[in-house]
Design a protein around this ligand. Structure first.
Ligand code: PLP
Length: 370
């Protein structure tokens, strides 16, 4: 680091000084540029290979005639539609520039540097970033069978705890929590502690015991449930997600929200996307088939994996995965290394189109022999 960079770093808040930026999946363009290869497939960011509903695309395109206007800072139409869908009041909804925005609001609005934020080992990397950014203490509880150990999380609560972040299902492990165990934890949490249940992959989960946490908001005023249009709805590039909580909590979250945090194309596309349940059903069916294809492929290759309820799966190579990741890049296949999640032997693969899954499995077979 240069002397100047060091001097600037010392000006940053202590929390920010400790941050490392989030490592996103490698963009296709970047791989093209760096390796000069074409015909690349990306199964690295849990994106939806079918894209959004045509209704959502049409709604977004229509907005471009009005692009000189600010978006509706209240997101009236989208909130109205969401309130109807989830049987909550509009005052219980907070709209975000992606659901990551809601996580950041929760931390900024409720967590001081004296507070502690609890989340699990192998949980979503954004949690550590938003916690450290405000200078709070991240309390990371050990995982159980790659998933959240709710008893360990409960025992980690102290008088300083202000927030517990739970991912269901979890990214990157794909593990999920059952309704009874999760609600029991929420019930046991003291009222000075807020609980976020991050349901980014909600639509994909087909397990009968998997809960929808939104109805619980009526019983637990300290609960925030987050959802996103980035995954099953296929709108990751537009950035829109939301939180549902008690109205008093939503009021606080909305205080730290920038008035125009969700752009007009995103608002229009998300609202329209909610009218196309058939599209989401197709996406979910494709994922189910893709998951079977990947699981069968791993089994054939003699590789272990963590069973996943999401649209991605972690495969265990049994040795350091980084060189395999690199070799896959040279084959034009982008997957996600998860060493930053303390999983150096795993690669996370998003389900793609059948031919993409096939190409990935063939490339994996090839590079494992190299
Ligand atoms: C992808 C993801 C999100 C959603 O991020 P957006 O900001 O809505 O795109 C949230 N939580 C988890 C665990 C995720 O994997």
């Amino acid at each position: 680091m240069t002397e100047l960079a060091q001097a600037i770093l010392r000006l940053a808040t202590p929390g920010v000084q400790s941050l490392a930026p989030y490592p996103p999946g490698k963009p296709i363009d970047e791989l093209e540029r760096e390796y000069g290869i074409h015909n690349i497939i990306k199964l690295a960011s849990n994106e939806n290979p079918l894209g959004p509903s045509p209704l959502a695309l049409a709604a977004a395109q229509k907005i471009f005639c009005d692009i000189h206007r600010y978006p509706d800072g209240n997101g009236f139409a989208l909130k109205q539609r969401l309130a109807q869908k989830h049987a909550v009041d509009m005052a219980q909804i907070t709209l975000g520039n992606g659901s990551n925005d809601i996580l950041e609001f929760a931390v900024r609005a409720f967590v001081t540097p004296q507070n502690e934020v609890i989340f699990s080992e192998h949980a979503f990397a954004i949690y550590a970033i938003v916690t450290r950014a405000v200078g709070a203490k991240a309390v990371v509880t050990p995982a159980k069978n790659w998933g959240h150990d709710l008893e360990a999380m409960r025992q980690a609560i102290t008088s300083h705890t202000r927030l517990i972040l739970i991912t269901n299902p979890n990214n990157p492990t794909g593990t999920w929590l059952r309704a009874a165990e999760l609600e029991k934890l929420i019930q046991q949490v003291p009222r000075h502690v807020l609980v976020v249940v991050d349901e980014a992959y909600f639509e994909y989960v087909l397990e009968p015991e998997y809960p929808n946490a939104i109805p619980w908001v009526a019983r637990y005023p300290n609960l925030i449930v987050t959802r996103t249009f980035s995954k099953a709805y296929g709108l990751a590039g537009l950035r829109v997600g939301y939180g549902i909580s008690s109205a008093p909590v939503a009021d606080i979250l909305n205080r730290v929200r920038q008035p125009f945090n969700v752009n007009s194309a995103a608002l229009a596309a998300a609202t329209a996307a909610l009218d196309d349940a058939a599209h989401v059903a197709r996406v979910v069916a494709l994922n189910r088939a893709g998951m079977r294809q990947l699981v069968d492929g791993f089994t054939e290759l003699g590789l272990k994996f963590i069973p996943s309820a999401g649209n991605f799966i972690c495969v265990d190579l049994g040795f350091a995965a980084a060189p395999i990741y690199e070799r896959l890049l040279r084959e034009g296949v982008i997957v996600r290394p998860v060493a930053n999640y303390a999983m150096p032997n795993h690669l996370r693969v998003t389900t793609g189109l059948p031919e993409e899954n096939q190409r990935f499995l063939e490339a994996l077979r090839k590079v494992l022999k190299q």
